[in-house]
Design a protein around this ligand. Structure first.
Ligand SMILES: [Fe+2]
Length: 720
C-alpha cells in the first residue's frame, strides 16, 4: 500500500492541501488507492431540511413513479480522539432522495440515526465524537481497550425498510431503529418480535445435549456482561409481494460461539401482525448474512465458520476485534443448503422431507447476497428450486479484512478486495443454484453455475420486487468495468443487467473514470418485468461529489441509458452506502410532514405533489397492494400528467387553512381525466390532486364555487 495514503479524513473540515485528491498524472496505483480512501470519508454534517438537488444531466421522465429512495450506510469512521473504526462499525447515516416525477425535482435529506451508541459517543453540545464502543470489527485507540465489554454497537447502518407505515434502519445483530419518515428523526428502538417473545415459539429439532449446557453457561455472560440481545435480528429481510408479507429472521446470541445455530423466521402482515414464527435448530456453526424464500421454503446457505481460540483470547483482551474470534471453516469441500419448511403443518409435495439434512452444493461457496429464489412444482411431484445469489470463495473471504480495512493500522488497503488476473473467480460473482427434489423430497440434482459468462467481480443482485419469490428473468447488480489497471475488481463502477434465460446477455452502464457506484435498485413502472428505472448513487471521488443517477432499465447497454443525474452539494457529500429501499408511497407523507413543520401565519407559494391520498389508495397502501389487476393491466399505456403543476397560495390563519386555489385546480381535474387511461401511478397522482383541491376548497366560503366547478371532473376522477 502506498505510504502517502491518508487515513480517514473529515470532508467537513476546511480543505487543506493535504486533503486534496492528487492530480491525475500521478502514478495510477497511487491514484487508485487515494480514490478508495475517499469512499469512506466521514461526513459530520446533516441535512435536516430537504434541499433541492441540482440537475446536471438529462431530466426525470414524466412517467417516473414518485417516491423516496432511502439509502443507509456508515457516516463516520474516525472520532476526535484518534480512533478509527471499520466501515461496518460506522454510525448509521440515512440518506433520503424524494423524487417528484411530475415536476422533475429531487429533494435530499441526510440524518444520523440517533442510536444509544451515538448518544454515548457524540457530545450533544460540542458535536465532538469519542468512540467508546469497540464494535465487532474494530479496536479502539483513543478509548478504553482492556475490559471494554461494549462490543455490540448497534449503529443501524446496514439496511433500511418501510413496512406497515413505519420506516426502519436495521443492523446485523440488534433491534431496528424506527425513523420518522418525513423528518428522519429517530423515534427509537423497535421491538419487532415482541409478540413472539410473549409466547413460546415452535421449536423444531429441540433436544438436550452438551451444547444446551454450554449455551446456558454462555447466556448470562453474553446477555449480562456483553449486553447482547437474546435474538440477533439479521439486517436482510424479505418481502413476499404476492402474499403481502414481511419476512425476517433471527439467530440466538450464543450462536456466534457454539457449533449450533438457532434460526427463527417471522412472518408479518402489512399491519405488522405476527402471522407465524418458527425456530429451527441446526447442529452446525454457521454465519448467515442473507437468505432466500420460496412459496414453501426458507432457504439458508450455510457459510461454515469455526471458533478461533487464539483470536478469541486476543479479542477478549481488547488486542484484536471481537470478530477475530471467528474464522471461516473450509474443512468440507461442499456447501450446505438448508431447505426449511415455511409451513410445518403442511407437507411439501405430499412428503415430509427431513429439513435437518442439507442439500450439499458440490463446491465451497460463501454466499453474500441473494437476488431471488423461486420454485416450480411439476405434475409428477418433482420440485425445481432456483436461487440467484452472489457468492465468493472461502479462500478469499476474511472477516478481519472486509472492505480492506486493516484494524492494526486503521487504514484501508483495497488490494485485499482485488486479486491477480486469473483469480477473479475467487471474488464475489453471481451464481445460479438449481435444486431438484423428487416426489419423495429426496435430492435429485444440485448444481451451481455462473449466472452469466462474465468473470468480473459482481455483487448486490437486485430484481423487480414485484417478482420476488416468483420466477424472474432479469437480475441487476453492481460490477466492474475492469478498465482500471490498479484495483480492477473493486470498487464497482458498472451496473449490469443479466438474463437468467439468455446467459450471453451482459448489458452494462459504466460511470466515468474515477467514479464508483453502490448498490443499484429497481423501480417498476409497468407490467413488463424490466419496464422501469434503476437508481444508483455515483461517487465521483476525483471531484468529491455524489450523484443520484437514474437509468432506463430497458436501455442498459445502450448509449442513452442514462435518464438523469442529480448532484448532491459538496458539503453534503457522503460515504459509500450499503443497502437501500424504494418507497413509492412516501411522497405523500413526506410532504405532509413538511407542511406541518412550516411556521404558522406564513404565506408561501406551495408548489408540489399531492398531499392527500384517496380512500381507495390509502386502503391499498395499508394492505400493501400495488394495484388491481385492472389497473396493472392498464399501466404503462396512456397519457402522462401535464408537466406544469398547479400553483396554490397556502398558509395558516386563525388556526385553519386559508387556501386560495388558482386555475391549477381546474388543471388538476383535467389531469385526472387525462390520466384515466394512464398508468396506475399517474392515475393516483391525479386523483390525489383532485382530492386535495376539493378538501381544501370547501373550507372557505367563496372558494366553494371552485369546488363546485371541479366537482363533476374531480369525483369522476376519484371514482375511477
Ligand atoms: Fe448485505
Amino acid at each position: 500500500m502506498p505510504s502517502n495514503v491518508p487515513r480517514a479524513i473529515s470532508i467537513t473540515a476546511p480543505p487543506t492541501p493535504s486533503h486534496e485528491v492528487p492530480i491525475l498524472d500521478v502514478d495510477d496505483t497511487v491514484t487508485a488507492y487515494w480514490d478508495y480512501q475517499f469512499l469512506f470519508v466521514s461526513q459530520r454534517a446533516e441535512a435536516a431540511e430537504p434541499i433541492n438537488l441540482r440537475l446536471v444531466e438529462g431530466e426525470i421522465p414524466l412517467d417516473f413513479p414518485s417516491g423516496t429512495y432511502y439509502l443507509t450506510g456508515p457516516g463516520l469512521f474516525s472520532d476526535d480522539h484518534g480512533s478509527t473504526v471499520h466501515p461496518l462499525d460506522g454510525h448509521g447515516y440515512l440518506r433520503a432522495f424524494t423524487i417528484d416525477g411530475t415536476n422533475g425535482q429531487v429533494k435530499f435529506m441526510a440524518r444520523y440515526i440517533q442510536t444509544e451508541a451515538q448518544s454515548e459517543e457524540r457530545d450533544p453540545v460540542t458535536g465532538k465524537w469519542r468512540f467508546t464502543h469497540r464494535g465487532p470489527f474494530s479496536v479502539l485507540k483513543g478509548g478504553k481497550i482492556v475490559g471494554n465489554t461494549k462490543v455490540m454497537k448497534n449503529v443501524a447502518n446496514t439496511s433500511v425498510l418501510r413496512w406497515g407505515g413505519r420506516l426502519f434502519c436495521l443492523w446485523e445483530g440488534g433491534d431496528p431503529y424506527e425513523i420518522e419518515s418525513g423528518t428522519l428523526d429517530t423515534v427509537g428502538m423497535f421491538d419487532v418480535i415482541k409478540d413472539d417473545r410473549k409466547k413460546m415459539s415452535d421449536v423444531e429439532g429441540l433436544k438436550v445435549d452438551v451444547w444446551d449446557v454450554a449455551a446456558e453457561i454462555l447466556k448470562p455472560i453474553l446477555y449480562g456482561v456483553f449486553n447482547m440481545p437474546r435474538k440477533r435480528l439479521l439486517s436482510h429481510y424479505k418481502i413476499d409481494a404476492r402474499r403481502g408479507r414481511l419476512l425476517i429472521m433471527s439467530c440466538n446470541a450464543e450462536d456466534m460461539l457454539l457449533p449450533r445455530s438457532n434460526f427463527t423466521f417471522y412472518e408479518f402482515d402489512s399491519n405488522f401482525k405476527l402471522l407465524q414464527s418458527q425456530e429451527f435448530i441446526i447442529p452446525d456453526h454457521l454465519m448467515i448474512h442473507d437468505w432466500a424464500f420460496t412459496d414453501s421454503h426458507y432457504i439458508l446457505f450455510g457459510n461454515r465458520i469455526k471458533l478461533d481460540i487464539g483470536g478469541s483470547m486476543a479479542a477478549l483482551c481488547g488486542l484484536s476485534p471481537m470478530i477475530s474470534a471467528l474464522t471461516v471453516n473450509p474443512s468440507k469441500p461442499t456447501s450446505p443448503i438448508y431447505l426449511l419448511p415455511r409451513n410445518k403443518t403442511e407437507s411439501i409435495n405430499g412428503q415430509n422431507r427431513d429439513w435437518r439434512i442439507p442439500i450439499e452444493a458440490p463446491s465451497q461457496l460463501w454466499v453474500l447476497h441473494v437476488g431471488n429464489a423461486f420454485e416450480d412444482k411439476h405434475h409428477n411431484g418433482n420440485v425445481e428450486i432456483q436461487i440467484q445469489a452472489s457468492g465468493c470463495s472461502y479462500q478469499w473471504f476474511n472477516f478481519q479484512k472486509m472492505f480492506g480495512y486493516d484494524w492494526r493500522s486503521g487504514k484501508l488497503d483495497p488490494s485485499m478486495m482485488n486479486l491477480k488476473q486469473g483469480q477473479e473467480k475467487l471474488l464475489p460473482h453471481l451464481i445460479e443454484v438449481s435444486i431438484s427434489l423428487d416426489k419423495n423430497g429426496n435430492r435429485h440434482k444440485c448444481c451451481v453455475n455462473d449466472l452469466n459468462q462474465s468473470n468480473k467481480a459482481t455483487d448486490f443482485p437486485v430484481i423487480n420486487q414485484d417478482f420476488s419469490g416468483g420466477r424472474n428473468t432479469y437480475v441487476y447488480a453492481a460490477t466492474t468495468s475492469g478498465l482500471r489497471q490498479a484495483l480492477p475488481n473493486f470498487p464497482f463502477d458498472t451496473v449490469v443487467k443479466l438474463s437468467t434465460i439468455d446467459k450471453s446477455m451482459h448489458a452494462t452502464w459504466s460511470t466515468g473514470r474515477r467514479r464508483f457506484i453502490g448498490e443499484p435498485i429497481f423501480i417498476s413502472k409497468g407490467k413488463e418485468e424490466d419496464d422501469g428505472y434503476l437508481l444508483v448513487v455515483e461517487y465521483a471521488v476525483s471531484t468529491q461529489r455524489c450523484y443520484l443517477v437514474i437509468l432506463d432499465s430497458k436501455l442498459i447497454g445502450q448509449n442513452n441509458a442514462l435518464v438523469a443525474r442529480f448532484e448532491v452539494p459538496r458539503h453534503l457529500n457522503f460515504p459509500l452506502g450499503f443497502h437501500g429501499f424504494w418507497d413509492p408511497r412516501e411522497q405523500l407523507e413526506f410532504h405532509n410532514k413538511i407542511e406541518k413543520r412550516k411556521p404558522k401565519h406564513s404565506v408561501k407559494p406551495v408548489r408540489g405533489p399531492p398531499l392527500v391520498a384517496s380512500r381507495r389508495r390509502r386502503r391499498r397502501l395499508r394492505e400493501g397492494v400495488r394495484g388491481t389487476r385492472r389497473s396493472r393491466t392498464r399501466a404503462g399505456r396512456g397519457a402522462a400528467l401535464p408537466r406544469t403543476r398547479p400553483y396554490y397560495l397556502a398558509g395558516r390563519g386563525a388556526g385553519r387553512w386559508v387556501f386560495l386555489p388558482s386555475l391549477g385546480t381546474v388543471a388538476a381535474a383535467a389531469a385526472a381525466r387525462q390520466a384515466r387511461s394512464g398508468s396506475n401511478q399517474q392515475r393516483t397522482g391525479a386523483q390525489n390532486e383532485v382530492s386535495l383541491c376539493l378538501s381544501k376548497s370547501l373550507v372557505l366560503g367563496w372558494e366553494r364555487i371552485w369546488a363546485f366547478a371541479v366537482l363533476p371532473f374531480g369525483i369522476k376522477g376519484i371514482k375511477d
